[in-house]
Design a protein. Sequence first.
Length: 195
Amino acid sequence: MTTQTPTARTVFQIGAAGGVGRCLTALLQARGHRATGMHRARGQDAVIRDAGGTPVVGDLVADPVHVLAERMAGPDAVVFSAGAHGTGADQTTAIDGRGLEKAVDAAAAAGVWRFVLVSAFMDALRDRPRAEGAEHYMRVKRAADVYLAGTDLDWLIVRPGDLLHLPGTGPINAGVSIAYGAVPRDDVAAFLAAS
């Protein structure tokens, strides 16, 4: 019996220095793939490099689409897991909203047709007191999902529940309609790598 080695892929990550992004980079490297991670903040290059990726300087908010397209030219896929992480409504709009739209447009301009978005589970925060900006966050995330789904890209939108800082368990529950719950970041990254 002959076994085939999977073809090495190159993945361009936006959000590679985050919790899911770091896990994804390490998994991709372990599977023989290459991961490039765009960052803008000082020190994030070391985080990406330590996970096994190649850091690339870029600014999702400030860079125009054509510059982002130049930075992401050549990979097989783009994974977007960037987020404003509670830094205010303006940042949520700029990163999770307009930033995602720019990344999608840049991927299309660069000829990268596989686009994976880590979004938000729409039932998140419904069973607890709402933090200021929660409704704005959900509106922006939904609009970003709609924007991506309206393109000709080969897209996948992943909407995990509460992200946990726990070791992965391996099995996950994925589908069009599932109950809200919590999931380790490692398991989300494993699903992204498989996707």
